[in-house]
Write a protein that binds this ligand. Structure first.
Ligand code: HEM
Length: 309
């Protein structure tokens, strides 16, 4: 079963496109999806060292329109808003997510341009973010982001659907949120206060001792376990983005998981708190403007959409 390539070393550049599909364009879009691997090869092959990757996700409502006669992937549903006392994880529209990564932005841009032409008349691009890697793999809050991501087999295991939903084995789920930061507020904190918010040191990226980590630290709320005590993991590929003129400084959060309830559990911890009330301190300086969930089919399904297993 060929999977879309999700696990890869951090890329230098990324683009995130969210699309809604026009009524009546279902057949055209089904066809276009079967061509995605070919479109990607057309651009990637010209600069193989730049490792251009394209991942496509399908939203719940579009799934029902494209494949009304197929069983629904088990974890696929519209992203549900999470309302905490102070902060809300909003749910916003999205039929398709296209996640492009490469060593160079021009590679992402060229594929996006090609896809834009192909989808023209059939879908609208309602959100487009160009992400870049910042010094030392840091986010715009100044912290190294991605350190504790699973790697290799552990990452594959975290993101790849297996026998639990055999018809869609080799697929995955992805949740995205576009966050904007209040940089003035964040910069007004001392470095120690910022470190308390994340749960790691800023300069050298070392995790705080457990007894020193505040209950509302980002990593305290995002380290979660199953009933047997095994840590539940997702694979993140966050990217900074922004516009100096618009005073826009953001983090595009993207988390892949074989079971989206793991990411949703993390989000509940962040927005509601665990215990309730201890919401994630980074939310006082980070506001999600979007929120959506997509099923990421295997390449085999994309090329020939019939379920297996
Ligand atoms: C860890 C930043 C949103 C899940 C981290 C770390 C940073 C960070 C700096 C520590 C280094 C690392 O291990 O990567 C951010 C920023 C966000 C954001 C700036 C958005 C504004 C999210 C969201 C989730 C999440 C929405 C989950 C739904 C995690 C997880 C870890 C982590 C699982 C690793 C915890 C561990 O194993 O130590 N994040 N994050 N993050 N974040 Fe986030």
């Amino acid at each position: 079963m060929a999977t879309q390539k999700l696990v890869a070393p951090p890329a230098r550049a990324a683009m995130f496109l969210t699309l809604t599909v026009n009524d009546g364009s279902e057949e055209a879009v089904r066809d276009l999806l079967t061509g995605m691997s070919g479109f990607t090869r057309s651009v990637a092959f010209r600069e193989p060292d730049e490792h251009l990757l394209c991942v496509v996700g399908i939203g719940s409502q579009l799934w029902d329109r494209l494949f009304p006669n197929l069983p629904k992937p088990r974890g696929l549903h519209p992203f549900e808003e999470i309302k905490g006392d102070k902060h809300t994880a909003v749910s916003t529209p999205g039929d398709l997510l296209i996640h492009l990564r490469s060593g160079r932005l021009d590679m992402c841009f060229e594929l996006a341009r090609l896809l834009g032409k192909k989808f023209e008349g059939h879908a609208e691009i309602i959100d487009e973010v160009h992400g870049f890697k910042f010094f030392d793999e840091r986010d715009l809050l100044g912290f190294v982001d991605g350190t504790e991501n699973p790697e290799g087999d552990r990452a594959e295991d975290a993101v790849t659907i297996g026998e639990e939903d055999a018809a869609y084995a080799g697929g995955s789920y992805v949740i995205v949120q576009k966050y904007l930061h209040d940089m003035a507020g964040w910069d007004a904190l001392s470095v120690e206060e910022q470190e308390d918010a994340i749960g790691r040191s800023k300069l050298d990226d070392v995790e705080m001792d457990d007894d020193a980590k505040p209950a509302n630290a980002h990593i305290k709320l995002n380290v979660i376990h199953d009933a047997e005590g095994k840590q539940l993991q997702i694979m993140r590929d966050n990217m900074p983005f922004g516009s100096v003129g618009e005073r826009e400084f953001g983090t595009y959060f993207i988390g892949y998981a074989k079971d989206p309830s793991v990411t949703e559990h993390m989000l509940r911890n962040m927005f509601i708190g665990d215990p309730p009330g201890t919401y994630d301190r980074i939310l006082d300086f980070s506001t999600p403007k979007t929120g959506a969930l997509f099923f990421v089919p295997s390449v085999d399904f994309l090329d020939d959409p019939t379920p297996r297993g």
